[in-house]
Write a protein that binds this ligand. Sequence first.
Ligand SMILES: Cc1cc2nc3c(=O)[nH]c(=O)nc-3n(C[C@H](O)[C@H](O)[C@H](O)COP(=O)(O)OP(=O)(O)OC[C@H]3O[C@@H](n4cnc5c(N)ncnc54)[C@H](O)[C@@H]3O)c2cc1C
Length: 409
Amino acid sequence: MAIDFTLGPELEDLRVRVREFIQGVVKPGEAQIGDPDHIERADYIRILLQMRAEAKAAGLWLPHMPAEWGGMGLGHVELAMVQAEAAKSYYGPWVLNCQAPDEGNMHTLLHWATDAQKEKYLRPLCEGVAMSCFAMTEPEVAGSDPTLIQTRAVLDGDDWVINGHKWFISNARRASFAILIARTEDNPERPQAANTGFIVDIPSEGWTRVREVETMHGATGHSEIRIENLRVPRANVLGERGQGHRLGQYRLGPARLAHCMRWIAQAETALDMMVDRSLKRFAHGSLLAEKQGIQWMIADSTMELYQAKLMVLHAAYRIDRGLDFISEVSMAKHFVANALGRIIDRSIQVHGALGYSTDTPLAHMYQHARWARFADGPDEVHQMRIAQRTIAAYTKEGSTRAATGDLPL
Ligand SMILES: Cc1cc2nc3c(=O)[nH]c(=O)nc-3n(C[C@H](O)[C@H](O)[C@H](O)COP(=O)(O)OP(=O)(O)OC[C@H]3O[C@@H](n4cnc5c(N)ncnc54)[C@H](O)[C@@H]3O)c2cc1C
């Protein structure tokens, strides 16, 4: 029997260790921080760094990176388990150094960077002494179609000179470098081959942080960047010329799935809270948990979370086995992002006014969940690609089976 959902004793032990670490170290640290807007910056940093030191000491550092980079060398199925435990706390993934956008950037550098680039940029990220950002989206053109990118890089001697405009660049204010995607090719063979990736040191002359974009969850580190005559040495091209789109796609596959793993943790927290509240709140002659209207919300959320877990595990399994995973990651990303929003929404409903308040984490989680439906590929673009693959599978094989996870069913 090849399909086995049990974990070996080593993995079960790892899962328990992550869970206990989050409960015993990160949750108390989170409670100590409280509202990050109301704590002294120095205390905030001290608490975070202390938790990171404890994660390293506990051997729970960089779960997604190979051992030679100081990581735990986990595959994607194993990583799913760790991320789903870590993200039970808002700070968990950061403490374990497997948070976006650094995590996706580490994958990208590991795969595409030269040895010299890895030593200079990947090493400090892995050691936790530097942070990074990924700069692709532009205000003037649709971010969901990278063939429209207008930021332009032109070769001038040994340097590339770059001009353009980016926004929503997460982490830019703290980053010591950016992976920047810019247009370099005028008449590429395919429209997707117009862009190239560059590593940009921050600060650099010509890279200007204009403002932090205020969002529905505050101004929490998504910057608008003006790029004016920024000079980047040839040695800082990441991958080959014209491979910017492939680089973005390579980064986004595992990075999208890692988001899903963290969203599962959030959805599970919301469902746990929904059930807990329904067992404690009494109205109209019975507990909320005894009312069919509430049971339907619990049942729908339970089924959706179950589907989310299966989809994520299967997509991770395909990545680990070197199988094509693009469609499975697309389907998982779309499904989990939407399920997350629905489950948190139901949990807020069951909590009533308390759910709308900031006394529980639900309001904060709801604001973040809204972002999930369009960042890293809007719902509709994933649906378009999923449908294209289903139609192609049917056209080629007379059956849609290959497009539904290529499962033996
Ligand atoms: C909190 C946050 C953090 C982010 N961090 C980063 C970052 O670090 N780096 C970075 O580069 N970007 C980042 N982004 C930007 C994000 O990747 C983009 O928002 C996303 O790619 C969509 O691009 P857009 O906002 O330009 O929307 P658009 O591309 O303008 O799309 C708008 C809407 O149009 C519709 N649409 C688009 N294409 C189709 C289609 N083919 N069919 C039907 N409908 C369609 C969808 O409904 C979509 O939501 C971040 C965004 C947020 C909100």
